[in-house]
Design a protein around this ligand. Structure first.
Ligand SMILES: Nc1ncnc2c1ncn2[C@@H]1O[C@H](COP(=O)(O)OP(=O)(O)OP(=O)(O)O)[C@@H](O)[C@H]1O
Ligand SMILES: [Mg+2]
Length: 580
């Protein structure tokens, strides 16, 4: 465990030691209650000893016994009440701290670059977040309500033994506790390794299950249900072995701790019994020594577990804290620049995915209110350009400007208002058509929605649906046809009214008639916007002010439709191929 716990706890301080004074008061009260419980616990054996000795000597009469009995019961009851009370008081602040931490991780995940998400598995991230949420209270309960008070009470008990009796009791009890602790600390290395392994197998199995369920359609097409079940079974089997192994190691450690305590109890009681026979100790003293021992058997047997819990908590929290250490790429500017000029300019932009060069020193400019079309063979980096403008990725070299501002000088709120994208692969939220249409918008009127539906040529489709706007679209929109999804994505964009439209094969699944309608609407109703249209079907882009013919990350030709045709180059070849 080393000193990692202190690093972790200090990293978590902003979440539990919040600036709200109420929360700090809760923590302070429970800390006070921890101290009160410890005092009660230390006094219980002392009061019991007095009661027993009193009974044996039968010196005093009725009132004394009652007072001692009441004192003993009061201490015991007081200890129980304060133990429960401190947990009750801490529960809300700790759950709140767990929530604050989770939401911080969640918002950080949203701000991380696409490359992070593409290299991660969703299931694994969910697992890490879930475990962190659980571990936060565990870690605090373990450290503040167990390790700290138990250590305090053991030291107090040893001090009392030292004051009341010959030194050897305190020495023997200390030696036993030290052996116990050393054993626990040494074995924690095994238990934490087992815990890590089990976590890893758990994450693997979980993320594979999530992946499998997300891709259910592809799996059905490929008829690979059995393969999926076998793979998941294999991963679950690995988890089963790791988890069983972990539990066995945990229980073996627990057994070892029990044996050490048992031996300790035997030795101490044996010496005490000898001392009683020699007249050096009273029965009450035996009760006291035994009392301390028994009192610590329970917390100490849990001590191991709690240390393991803390260890597990640390491991889990570290996984979550590691996510927070990933830097977010977009530099957020504090200034809100209102952009009127929405021209887009690429200045010698180069970009690679993990070292694989896709875009090579690319320069172009699209003026405000114009359409730029990007065409070219598949896999040459057209969608990558759309991702770069949308800030999903940052170029390694060069600069992208909107108006006179570099992309990272535009505040998030302004940016999301500015740019509207229909990506090549459209995914929808598993909710209603209306939810997907108005997602993220706060003030939308029915009139605006109807207009967007009309513009996106969705009116007929919508009126054919028995549930209309309330129709559920299914996981990622799987219940809609490709063309319906594209039109819904366009309607969503029309409703948002961005200043820049980026359409990546946004009408590729539509018939030519519908496509023509939508393109007309785009160039009439939205002519004041800047439009970037990526298309394989060249008939889509013949009216564009500028067409870039793209090949291997470079522009090989540029111009209008007619000027490109007169060049007799790649564009002409593509055009002729499509004409058949
Ligand atoms: N996240 C990614 N990580 C690594 N490589 C990627 C990533 N996304 C795309 N690529 C690769 O970058 C290249 C360009 O991809 P891009 O999607 O920009 O092509 P495209 O021109 O839009 O193709 P298409 O016409 O098929 O849509 C492809 O070879 C692709 O394999
Ligand atoms: Mg593409």
């Amino acid at each position: 465990m080393n000193f990692r716990i202190f690093t972790i706890l200090s990293n978590l301080t902003p979440y539990w030691w919040e600036k709200s004074s109420k929360i700090r008061v809760y923590f302070s009260i429970s800390l006070l209650l921890v101290l009160v419980t410890s005092v009660f616990n230390l006094l219980i054996p002392v009061s019991f000893k007095t009661l027993v000795n009193n009974l044996l000597t039968i010196k005093s009469g009725f009132p004394n016994e009652i007072i001692m009995l009441l004192a003993y019961s009061f201490l015991w009851l007081g200890s129980q009440i304060t133990i429960q009370l401190r947990e009750i008081i801490l529960m809300r602040p700790l759950q709140r701290a767990a929530r604050l931490f989770s939401i911080h991780v969640f918002s950080h995940l949203h701000n991380l670059p696409m490359s992070f998400h593409l290299n991660r598995r969703t299931g694994a991230l969910i697992s890490i977040m879930e475990r962190a949420q659980q571990s936060m209270p565990e870690l605090f309960f373990g450290a503040f309500l167990y390790v700290f008070p138990t250590t305090l009470e053991i030291c107090g008990a040893i001090l009392i033994l030292l004051l009341l009796y010959k030194a050897h009791y305190a020495v023997i009890v200390s030696i036993i506790f030290v052996i116990y602790l050393l054993f626990t600390i040494v074995t924690i290395r095994w238990t934490s390794r087992a815990q890590r392994l089990s976590n890893e197998k758990d994450v693997n199995a979980n993320s594979r299950i999530v992946d499998s369920l997300i891709n259910i359609e592809a799996i059905k097409y490929l008829g690979s249900n059995d393969h999926e079940i076998n793979t998941c079974d294999h991963l679950l089997h690995l988890y089963e072995r790791a988890e069983a192994n972990k539990k066995i190691i945990f229980e073996s450690v627990h057994l070892g701790q029990g044996i050490i305590m048992g031996l300790g109890l035997f030795i101490v009681t044996w010496i005490a019994v000898d001392d009683i026979k020699a007249g050096l100790l009273t029965i009450g003293d035996l009760v006291l020594i035994n009392g301390y021992f028994m009192q610590f058997v329970y917390p100490l047997s849990h001590f191991g577990h709690i240390l393991q819990d803390i260890q597990r908590g640390i491991t889990n929290m570290e996984d979550a804290l590691n996510i927070l250490r990933h830097p977010t790429t977009i530099v957020k500017t504090k200034k809100l620049n209102v952009l009127r000029d929405t021209s887009i300019e690429f200045k010698n932009v180069s970009f690679n995915y993990n070292g694989r060069k896709i875009i090579n020193s690319l320069s172009f400019k699209v003026n405000h209110g114009e359409t730029l079309a990007i065409v070219g063979p598949t896999g040459t980096g057209k969608s990558t350009i759309a991702r770069l403008i949308s800030r999903l990725y940052t170029p390694q070299d060069g600069q992208i400007l909107i108006g006179k501002y570099p992309l990272d000088a535009i505040k998030d709120e302004e940016f999301s208002r500015l740019i509207g994208v229909v990506p090549q692969d459209i995914t929808l939220f598993n909710d209603t058509l209306l939810y997907n249409l108005t997602y993220g918008l706060t003030h939308t009127t029915q009139k605006e929605i109807d207009q967007a539906i009309e513009e996106a040529q969705l009116k007929e489709f919508l009126s054919s649906l028995p549930e209309g706007y309330m129709t559920k679209v299914g996981e990622r929109g799987l219940k809609l046809s490709g063309g319906e999804k594209q039109r819904l994505a366009l309607a969503r964009l029309f409703l948002r009214k961005p200043s820049i439209f980026i359409l990546d094969e946004a009408t590729s699944a539509l018939d030519t008639e519908t496509e023509r309608h939508i393109l007309n609407i785009l160039s009439t109703n939205y002519k004041h916007t800047t439009r970037i249209v990526i298309a394989h079907r060249l008939s889509t882009i013949t009216n564009a002010e500028q067409i870039l013919v793209f090949s291997h990350g470079k522009i090989v030709e540029r111009g209008t439709h007619s000027s490109l045709l007169s060049k007799n180059g790649l564009y002409t070849i593509l055009w002729k191929q499509q004409l058949g």
